[in-house]
Ligand binder design. Sequence first.
Ligand SMILES: [Ca+2]
Length: 326
Amino acid sequence: MAKKLVIIDTDCGIDDAQAIMMALAAPHVQILGITCVFGNTGVENVCQNVLRVLSVCEQGGIAVFQGSGGPLVGVRSPFSDHFGTDGLGDVIEDKDLQWEKKVQREHAVNAMIRLVSENQNQVSLVALGPLTNLALAVRLDPCFPKNLKDLYIMGGNMEGKGNVTLCAEFNFAMDPESAYIVLEEFLCPTYLASWEYACRNGLTWEFFKELINQDAPAARFMKMLTSKCRAYSKEAMVTKRDVYFGPCFVSYDAYAVAACIDSTVVTEVIECPVHVELQGSISRGMLALDRTHALQKSHSVFVMTKCDVAKFGQLLLESLRQPCNK
Ligand SMILES: [Ca+2]
């Protein structure tokens, strides 16, 4: 069977690391490249984090490309330390001083365009960070979205609940203009794993313990990354998320990868046009769902609403049983 071709665009924090490992573990998936963008941390750290994940999973042959270091418009917001200042929980001591030599010389945006044009209508793009690289890709090559098979995005929200501002989700809030461009101009089949979707389909903290205590290098790596990180402490994690959804373990980016590699994980979607708000004083970066077609847009996206959580949990468990022979 031909493998499913995937490009992952990431701002590699801990949940991106988990999501990348999910794609690496899927036997029918071939990752053509991993493109890096700023977000959870600076893009230089993101590159190093991706290289580290690939090394733990013994998949060092996958090409890593450095992309945008900031948003299209305005000054980059200060990095949050949600996953530590380095994005991976500030626990890695033996930094790889040779990392720059391991990153491809080609810019991430050029690489995306090239890989997709070499494999027209065969590539699934999974976006796990701010959408800056994708917005630049459509500006450089207006045919880029049309040449994609489909697009999976972790980002945005569907109920106006924000996690960095009152109404905006992190990835969209970091670069609202890019989110706007992508959702206006990428007319390929597009699947959105919103913040609320991830939180409503969270797992228990008991499951999290089982996940990281598996006997494999990837599980031990994830246990180390999460060991000092507040975001992975049931006790420390009293957040806006908990106010809305109750306490649970949420591996955000893995929801987008799961939908890409196994469509049966998603059991319900809303199909409707969407719009990213750029103006509002408290809603800049918010995603609005146009369920009554008030905006009269011709293109709809699939906004995920329900997940087969048992199946998703199984994919997470398998993702940390690496390295595996693919
Ligand atoms: Ca991310």
